[in-house]
Design a protein around this ligand. Structure first.
Ligand code: ADP
Ligand code: MG
Ligand code: ZN
Length: 453
């Protein structure tokens, strides 16, 4: 990777779209499943945008958006509404998208990064997904086909403040957002299936060295470049990096940067211009007249609040504190709800059976023992069996202990004069005599028995 000019700091703000896994679409009763379905099989006048069809909001989708917002510490707007956002594209049959403009369901959340920094989330709102275009050669003709199965599927959009400054923090955030959606079971947030989609807005600003990177000293540039249609975390990271390099080069040459939308080409690892970005005025937003405004009472919020679970970042922090895990292990174990639960049970069992917790967790993570053994009980049972078959006989143990007590007089007298940690040394010596056979607890018991304590 090319080095980035340290004089400029990148300003990055994110927009994340997550398709909700409700049974039905956002404003009609059509089935919301659109993956691997016959084209246009799940459609009706509403999601085809036929004249006179009336939208009727999906309550579960609204509740799940509120739930997601609560998990991010957002304020839930008591009064919200839907708005029409106009633009022309063939996958949008009505000529407008129903979304939320100035009164989204959720406002002002935050996320805590692994290194303890807080990032501001501006809003989480709900909208409808568009249809899907497919460009095909049929016979000798180039055709564009439209599948409206996805049209009207509930789509949640999260928007952050422009407060990220490097691709690593961006990735850590996005992975946590994906995990959160899965923890809450409101979406599988699969990037390959398009149920999670990422957009990054990037600009560069100059900093005065003495002031450093302090949010208060950062002046937002009057442009931003939007990176769109990137469908993996790795590509997004590379794309952001490539875009930072491109912008740095332009600025160093004294050139101005155009506000536009750019795509990313993996082959050349560079970004390319797609279109100039619309101005918010071009969208002609206005309140959706066919849907009354929505009131979310405190009692409703309280009921939804009951469905909250510990967030991935809270859990990561707890794993490090409570179980002494490394950042890396904590990250791995919290990125999957089931694996986390498995680990917690396993941890308690290893303590109960005096097993070497660290070694057992290593087996789970590096050797995928949690796949080999469907339950932590099974895993522990197997380990205990192995230890038993490897256990020394009583005579072997007796002999090793008495030999060590003779050869290690200094440690013995240290122990007798009250130096407890001499015992650890003696256990080690016995274990070496037995070439690693036997578990520490048994050796310890035998030693203390022989030492008369
Ligand atoms: P728009 O009105 O064009 O949608 P917003 O200000 O609402 O722009 O922001 C959209 C996204 O762009 C947000 O994720 C925000 O954090 C990000 N953003 C805004 N200004 C900048 C900037 N100067 N550089 C990078 N990202 C920005
Ligand atoms: Mg948007
Ligand atoms: Zn429909």
């Amino acid at each position: 990777m090319k080095k980035i000019n340290p004089e400029y700091i990148p300003i990055i703000g994110l927009e994340v779209h997550i398709e909700l896994n409700t049974k039905r679409k956002m404003f009609c009763r059509c089935c919301a499943e659109h993956f691997l379905q016959a084209a246009n099989s799940n459609t009706c006048p509403t999601c085809l945008g036929l004249p006179g069809a009336m939208p009727y909001p999906n309550k579960t989708a609204i509740e799940n958006t509120v739930l997601f917002g609560l998990a991010l510490g957002c304020k839930i707007n008591k009064y919200s509404k839907f708005d029409r956002k106009h633009y022309f594209y063939p996958d949008l049959p009505k000529g407008y998208q129903i979304t939320q403009y100035d009164l989204p369901f959720c406002l002002n959340g935050k996320w805590e990064s692994p290194d303890g920094k807080f990032y501001q989330i501006r809003r989480v709102h709900l909208e409808e997904d568009t249809g899907k275009l497919q460009h095909k050669n049929i016979g000798d003709k180039k055709m564009s086909l439209i599948d409206f199965n996805r049209s009207g599927v509930p789509l949640m959009e999260l928007v952050t403040e422009p407060s990220f400054h490097n691709p690593d923090d961006v990735l850590a955030f996005l992975k946590d957002i994906q995990t959160l959606a899965r923890y809450l079971q409101i979406s599988n947030a699969d990037m390959e299936k398009g149920s999670m989609r990422l957009e990054a807005n990037i600009s560069l600003t100059k900093i005065t060295k003495q002031l450093g990177i302090d949010e208060k000293n950062i002046k937002l540039p009057d442009y931003k470049v939007e990176l769109k249609n990137i469908n993996s975390f790795r590509f997004l990271k590379n794309a952001i990096h490539a875009e930072i390099v491109r912008q740095t080069n332009l600025l160093s040459r004294g050139e101005k940067i155009k506000q536009e939308t750019r795509g990313y080409d993996e082959q050349t690892n560079s970004t390319y211009s797609q279109r100039s970005k619309e101005n918010v005025k071009d969208y002609r937003y206005f309140p959706e007249p066919d849907i009354p405004s929505i009131v979310i009472e405190d009692e409703t919020v309280a009921i939804i609040q009951k469905r909250l679970v510990e967030s991935p970042w809270e859990k990561r922090k707890r794993y490090i504190k409570e179980f002494g895990l490394s950042q890396n292990y904590a990250q791995i174990l919290t990125s999957d709800l089931n694996r986390g639960a498995y680990f917690e049970k396993l941890y308690r069992l290893t303590k109960k059976h005096h097993l070497n917790t660290k070694k057992v967790v290593d087996l789970m993570i590096n050797k995928n023992y949690d796949q080999k053994f469907p339950t932590p009980q099974g895993l522990v049972l197997d380990l205990l069996k192995t230890i038993k078959t490897q256990s020394p006989s009583d005579e072997q143990l007796d002999r090793a202990v008495s030999e060590v007590l003779i050869s290690q007089r200094k440690a013995v007298s240290d122990y007798k004069s009250g130096k407890e940690n001499a015992l650890g040394f003696l256990i080690g010596a016995v274990s070496r005599k037995l070439s690693g056979k036997g578990d520490a607890m048994t050796i310890r018991d035998k030693l203390t028995e022989s030492l008369g304590k």
